[in-house]
Design a protein around this ligand. Structure first.
Ligand code: AR6
Length: 177
């Protein structure tokens, strides 16, 4: 399934983000950057062990205390079809005092990094809506607002929101429209 919005520059798709063949995919990581379950685990498995090594290097060099919530870090995609991975850390919904601002920061910072790098095709998973417990419909409204705000300023970028199930994609479309 693929639903196009905003002159075709924002697509809502259902599928496995590790199969996305574009400039970059976004990873819903954790602060350690050293892998985990969910989409993070799937991305590490598909990219191969060099991804973990690259993440360890980020910890050694730029982020010794881990990646703060809402920030982004770039690695190659290694064995993934996507050339790069933009790692970010979403808020844990129940523990965050400003989940909305933090979730929006993940999307804004990933878009800004992609634009800086000259990427034209970028895919996001539904950050924080799995283990981190962010309600899907609420997250959808945050994501839609960020896209409405930022995509007009980033004319070269095509964004795909990749949902793991049709139900999640449908929730997004309902909540965002
Ligand atoms: N492709 C696309 N979406 C996926 C895939 C996939 N292959 N696998 C899962 N999803 P989650 P979070 C969806 O839990 O809530 C990890 O352990 C999933 O259905 O992966 O940000 C990290 O290391 C859900 O809608 O990320 C962190 O510790 C969405 O991706 C923690 O989980 C996000 O679910 C981060 O939790």
């Amino acid at each position: 399934m693929q639903i196009h919005h905003r002159q075709g520059r924002l697509s809502v798709a259902e599928g496995d983000i590790t199969r996305f063949d574009g400039d970059a995919i976004v990873n819903a990581a954790n602060r350690s950057l050293l892998g985990g379950g969910g989409v993070d685990g799937a991305i590490h498995r598909a990219a191969g062990p060099q991804l973990l090594e690259a993440c360890r290097e980020l910890r050694r060099t730029i982020w010794p205390d881990g990646l703060p919530v809402g920030q982004v870090a770039l690695t190659p995609g290694f064995r993934l079809p996507a050339e790069y991975v933009v790692h970010t850390v979403g808020p844990v919904y129940a523990e965050s005092e400003e989940p909305r601002g933090q979730l929006a920061a993940c999307y804004r910072n990933a878009l800004a990094l992609a634009a800086d790098q000259g990427f034209t095709r970028l895919a996001f998973p539904a950050i924080s809506t799995g283990v981190y417990g962010y309600p899907s419909a609420e997250a959808a409204r945050v994501v839609a607002d960020v896209m409405r705000e930022r995509l007009p300023q980033l004319p070269a970028l095509e964004v795909t929101l990749m949902f793991f199930s049709a139900a999640d994609a449908e929730t997004f479309v309902q909540a965002a429209s």
